[in-house]
Design a protein around this ligand. Structure first.
Ligand SMILES: [Ca+2]
Length: 417
């Protein structure tokens, strides 16, 4: 492939495939326990920038683990932030836009699907282990748009996130031989006959490992491309602002550092993350990220520029002034969040080990309603389709669950107006 560097990672590449000591973690995945000592708080004392732009990011935990028992349809948990003695909000909140009716299959028979993005109205799906980008046709069948060159699928690595920019170019996050990278491709042809053009490197040399590769990419309302990375098995790197591991990155579509990034000359937007696999923005610009925790807490975070989210010094809500606490946390056994999407007044969170689609109201981010618990198995991604329906993606073919007939699948469900 043509590999024209259009941007450059600001830190050195970690050699791919380095394996230290491997142990299972709470998500049922391998984790490497490095002998490196976390470099303390690093810039942990830096207070997060005032939230001129609140970003809610949902970081996703590593996946896997045994299925949890199916639970009854919907269950609301958490303590509401608004009580009977509190005044009603001055401004009207966006409508919840919860599902109505039953989900139906969009397509079935996929192998480790990871992300869904849309080119105008045409759905594109990435497959982690095959490196394929697929186009879903109107009849529910898929055809191969192309295979991303040089994808090295191992563990949680492979072809991960997809995003399409306003010019119709496809961006992909994948694991290569020399680390994770973000590539940009032209899409040629028309719907039903799309083809993947040559790849250009947006950013390469992002730390990778068998697990904790992050992988979600998304364009923010500011037109910048954001990427969630993982700690790549070296927890202390999440506190090292000089490393691109354990971060949320912000870049131009060419991979350059925006002038207003919080760390001069760096793609780093926020740090202290373990493994971010979900990024989305509310209508008011608030950024959200999901984060896969280790032994104790998975997180939903509101992301602010320059924020330190604590890993590995703290996990979950610590009440430590050095760090930004999550707005909600879950035990990994009932969560392990990957993709997220904001639709109106609801943040949707796809959960792997928890096998549940969670609906978090934007007006009360500390609560959630569980949808489809145990019904479809592990859930990898969720997104709003151009036709206004909610799409979500299963992940039962990755060796960590027993696939059901037709797995893996993409489903859709209509939403309230
Ligand atoms: Ca945290």
């Amino acid at each position: 492939m043509r590999r024209t560097p259009v941007g450059r990672a600001v830190t050195a590449t970690r050699a791919y495939g380095r394996q230290d000591h491997v142990k299972p973690d709470q998500h049922g995945t391998e984790r490497r326990v490095s002998s490196r000592v976390a470099r303390g708080a690093g810039r942990a004392g830096r207070a997060p920038a005032v939230a001129a732009l609140l970003v809610l990011t949902l970081a996703a935990c590593a996946d896997a683990g045994p299925p949890t028992a199916p639970s009854a349809s919907a269950q609301t948990t958490g303590s509401g932030a608004t009580g009977p003695d509190e005044p009603a909000p001055a401004t009207s909140a966006p409508p919840a836009r919860l599902p109505v009716g039953e989900p139906v299959d969009v397509t079935t028979g996929l192998t480790t699907p990871w992300s869904v993005a849309f080119l105008d109205g045409t759905p594109l799906v990435s497959e982690r282990d095959t490196g394929r980008v697929l186009e879903v046709l109107d009849d529910g069948t898929v055809r191969e748009v192309g295979v991303v060159d040089g994808v090295v699928a191992r563990g949680e690595g492979g072809l991960l996130g997809l995003a399409v920019d306003e010019r119709g170019r496809l961006f992909s996050y994948s694991t290569g031989a020399d680390g994770n990278r973000i590539l940009r491709h032209d899409l040629t042809g028309s719907a039903g006959a799309l083809a993947l053009g040559a790849a250009e490197v947006v950013v390469e040399g992002l730390p990778s490992a068998g697990n904790h590769n992050g992988g979600r990419i998304a364009f923010g309302p500011d037109g910048m491309l954001y990427a969630g990375t993982g700690d790549a098995g070296v927890p202390g790197d999440a506190q090292d602002v000089g490393s691109l591991a354990g971060k949320i990155l912000r870049m131009t579509p060419d991979g350059e550092v925006p002038a207003d990034n919080p760390v001069a000359g760096s793609l780093v937007f926020s740090w202290g993350h373990r493994n971010v696999q979900g990024l989305a923005w509310a209508d008011d610009g608030t950024m959200l990220a999901s984060e896969l925790g280790q032994d104790t807490w998975d997180e939903l975070n509101v992301v602010v520029a320059g924020g330190n989210y604590g890993w590995p010094v703290v996990e979950g809500m610590a009440g430590d002034a050095r760090f930004v606490d999550p707005v909600q946390q879950w035990p990994p056994s009932s969560a392990s969040p990957s993709g997220i999407a904001v639709v109106g007044g609801t943040v949707y969170v796809a959960n792997l080990r928890g096998q549940v689609l969670r609906a978090v109201p934007t007006v009360d981010l500390g609560t959630a309603t569980d949808l489809y618990a145990g019904r479809y198995g592990r859930l990898r991604d969720v997104t709003l389709a151009p036709d206004g329906t909610l799409w979500f993606v299963t992940q039962n073919t990755d060796g960590r669950a027993a696939p059901k007939a037709g797995d893996d699948r993409v489903l859709r469900v209509p939403l309230e107006p």
